[in-house]
Ligand binder design. Sequence first.
Ligand code: NAD
Length: 378
Amino acid sequence: MRIGGGSVSGVAEVLAQFGLSRPLVVTDPWMVSSGTVDRCLEPLRAAGLRAEVFSDTVPDPTDTVIEAGVAVLKGGDFDCLVGFGGGSPMDTAKAMAILAAAPPGTKMRAFKVPAHADRALVPVVCVPTTAGTGSEATRFTVITDTETDEKMLIAGLGALPLAAVVDHELTFSVPPRTTADTGIDSLTHALEAYVSRRANPHADSLALSAMRLIGANLRTAHREPRNAAAREAMMLGATQAGLAFSNSSVALVHGMSRPIGAHFHVPHGLSNAMLLPAVTEFGLNDALRRYAEAARAVGVAGREDADQVAGAKLLEELRALNRDLAVPTPRGYGIDPDAWERLLPTMAAQALASGSPANNPRVPDEAEIVSLYRTVFA
Ligand code: NAD
């Protein structure tokens, strides 16, 4: 990992360290139209590398886009992929590397959990521009199956980037809505990693550090986009949160969030935010000490607060964050109540099938998930 302001200028050196010289840069259309991708292309070209670009990625990447990307990858003489952008381009690059290693005709769904996606055709180097999914540091990629509208979790060493270049200066241009959504995504990663049934001391230390950084800086980064200290803290927090959940897991919020994204096209961090207070309340008493410690890390409770008090303060803070960052309910977002109600059984089944709810401190059954979806709809 290369971490720090301006570190993207060293991207060619990172490739050279691994003997890589023929990158295909995977990014999104905005990165190209705004010229942001040049921050990555210029140092590559200055080093004499012939970097080509695949920019047909979409938010919440789909299997069809991955197939198109694989055709480009296999049609050229590339020895690595550089995922440059938010979680969507990074996940696209990872999935392209995985699918390209499979026999022709294989579908992306062949790799969804519980399968293991351990092979990749070429290594992937990630350069995140949001803070963020932490995808630059995780062994996951999330791809939508366009036949079933399912956001599939794909896990394995094939999805683990070879290297990451984490430069917070790339996030100065992130608009407030996306800053809020991606920041709450990071907070959710850290909190879920910390309360997960698969928590462990290594992931704990990263999750606690991430919660401290995000708790103290998310509102500032949202209010002051060019506040370098806040952006730096958020970027580091996002990467640490990614490392944390990649070494333990996410839990019920993520399990329930993916179907909302797939069926109603709500940005990933925003659907997490819609769920976070209610799902935290659902599991609070089953991991009270951990939630209380999280409240202290986020900075809303102190040592003097008993666990019950600290847990209540955490809930209060999550609700306040949603108010301050203008997070709508699904109804407020404009989702049709009938469509929501009709899809609840499918969404609950897809949430459970992802495996993430089984890591929650309180493991819900299908009926409880449906009931939580009804609670948050508002
Ligand atoms: P995104 O990549 O979809 O980007 C959201 C928007 O922000 C896009 O319009 C993009 O062009 C814009 N944007 C990105 N960087 C910008 C910048 N520096 N300045 C201005 N605009 C910028 O959003 P995301 O939240 O980063 O990623 C979401 C995706 O990541 C989802 O598909 C989600 O499922 C996935 N995800 C993956 C993991 C993982 O471990 N692989 C973890 C969490 C989420």
